[in-house]
Design a protein around this ligand. Structure first.
Ligand code: ADP
Ligand code: TYD
Length: 214
């Protein structure tokens, strides 16, 4: 089973992923967590480059670098883990590229981006994507509390950019209601965790795929 988390920076993805991983592991499940960009030596080096605030990167070069990191991660880690029957949770996946590069950087709409991602990932699509939706201003506050003034290259883009990102997530939710679930990320941490857990159990009842429990 392949699950991804999306949302603007500071929306609570890592917090929810940690809780979900712990809960699944308590049930004896093998869980692998990756964050994008990253997860392989090549992808981590691309990450360093992409987040370095002293670099200037052209939008299209940025799209290709995020995608290069993903291609490497899918082939090197995600596919092998899924083939072993493990549960894979990813902190961001191709929807981030659709939102940040496609919409944020004005590089292309959903249809174009999805055809591109299909090539990059060899057709791999998450079974469930949780979008932690929070206002841009709240995300900024949380990030400041977390890391003070140290912003990475992507975080330095202004709120107009982040508003386009949020709009794109909203479009994805409407386009892919079976996969893409919007959650109100302003709710308490444990309440969000419960919603995610309940949703996974409901999906498990409906599907014959990898079981979450039992
Ligand atoms: P992300 O991985 O999306 O960047 P984090 O999980 O690191 O976000 O959360 C950013 C900050 O917000 C952290 O300090 C975290 O403790 C806090 N946080 C996460 N979820 C919530 C929540 N539901 N309510 C209040 N604070 C939260
Ligand atoms: P990271 O610190 O991992 O994210 P977060 O702050 O959400 O925990 O930083 C990754 C940054 O890269 C984040 O600003 C989102 C951005 N990004 C893209 O622009 N496109 C992508 O395809 C991906 C995966 C991330």
């Amino acid at each position: 089973m392949f699950i991804t988390f999306e949302g603007i920076d500071g929306s609570g993805k890592s917090t929810q992923i940690k809780l979900l991983k712990e809960r699944l592991e308590k049930l004896g499940k093998r869980v692998e967590v990756y964050r994008e960009p990253g997860g392989t030596p090549v992808s981590e080096r691309i990450r360093t480059l992409l987040l370095d605030p002293s670099e200037e990167i052209e939008p299209f070069a940025e799209l290709l670098l995020f995608s290069a990191a993903r291609s490497q991660l899918v082939a090197g880690k995600i596919r092998p883990a899924l083939e072993e029957g493990h549960i894979v949770i990813c902190d961001r996946f191709f929807d981030s590229t659709t939102a940040y590069q496609g919409a944020g950087r004005n590089l292309g709409g959903i249809d174009w981006m999805m055809r591109f991602h299909d090539k990059v990932t060899g057709g791999l699509i998450p079974e469930r994507t949780y979008w932690l939706s929070i206002p841009v201003e709240l995300a900024l506050e949380r990030r400041h509390e977390r890391s003070g003034e140290n912003q990475d290259r992507m975080e330095k883009t202004g709120s107009v950019f982040f508003n386009r990102v949020v709009e794109a997530y909203s479009e994805l939710e409407h386009r892919y209601p079976e996969r893409f679930l919007k959650l109100d990320g302003t709710q308490p941490i444990l309440s969000l965790h419960k919603q995610i857990w309940d949703d996974l159990l409901t999906r498990q009842e409906k599907s014959v795929g990898t079981r979450v429990t039992g």
